[in-house]
Write a protein that binds this ligand. Sequence first.
Ligand code: PLP
Ligand code: COI
Length: 365
Amino acid sequence: MTIAQKLSFDVQLSDHARTAAEREQVLANPGWGQVFTDHMVSIDFTEGKGWHDARLEAYGPLVLDPATAVFHYAQELFEGLKAYRQANGSIVMFRPYANATRFNRSAQRMAMPELPEETFVESLDLLVNTDKEWVPTAEGHSLYLRPFMIATQPALGVNYPSKTYRYMVIASPAASYFTGGIKPVSVWLSTEYTRAAPGGTGFAKCGGNYAAAFVAQRQAVENGCDQVVWLDAHEHRYVEEMGGMNLFFVIGGKLVTPALTGTLLPGITRDSILELAGDLGLETEERLVSVEEWQAGCESGELTEVFACGTAAVVTPVGTVKGADRSWTIGDGTPGPITMRVREELVGIQYGARPDTHNWVHKIA
Ligand code: PLP
Ligand code: COI
């Protein structure tokens, strides 16, 4: 249900914002997703009334009744995007309307209210503008933005979804998601666990998908790998995606990515790379890719590179693959030339070193 109404944000600046020196200390070594800026945005929703009480206020804890629906039934969803400080000093976001659209697709699946796309983007603009000193200047760093929505009705019944919700945005200065530079990651093929099945929530960015993934990610680490790769639920044969990233394969010089079957998250980075490939003169294909094709292609030399992509991960090469009964290396295990070219182009647009010919960059300040 989209409720077309123009909201105005009440702005109450923090009376305990960090000093410039405190902020600089954080920005010198921000890590990933551990430190948050001085403010946050909230908007409440009540069935019959729509969205109301839009506000920007000091970042701080929430007080919620223990019976609040989100704690029990995980009626929750989120988004992830970044604000970048460009070479010329501008602060921009990358394709925020694409996140707004996906947010509302997730909302439909989770029986939650949709937020007007303009309000979604406006809430991000407001938070980033208020906390713009928190947008890092260091190369490859950014301000990670986390819009999310929770069901807030204190009631345990499951006959009807919550009648009240809260949308919020928080922001966190971020270094690279993977430490150690552009180092190829090792991946674990999960055959014991499944991320998503047809008719489920795989295409939605809801917290439950991630809660159910931790056990497999832990298994990947126990097997000496960095990340879990999800396979289809039915046969555990077709490659779907990684922990928080989509996958691309370079097969016979073509960029091949698993088709969006409904069980994968439709990544905005994935979509952008499919478009950029045309600019780079690369052919693309969206189709099923099986584990056998992956392994045989590496053995024959037809499949030369694999990379993961996402907002957090940007473009990260995959070096080695391991499963319960097999393991192999992709190419010579080092980042491939097409991976690095795609990465350079994407990052170039985000940080302003390349022209934004697709109109993806949304200027904030
Ligand atoms: N797949 C999953 C499961 C994710 O969590 C993400 C991260 O958002 C992605 C793929 C990549 O999506 P995007 O490129 O929109 O960040
Ligand atoms: C992102 O790339 O924005 C993600 O959401 C990945 C993540 C869950 C860390």
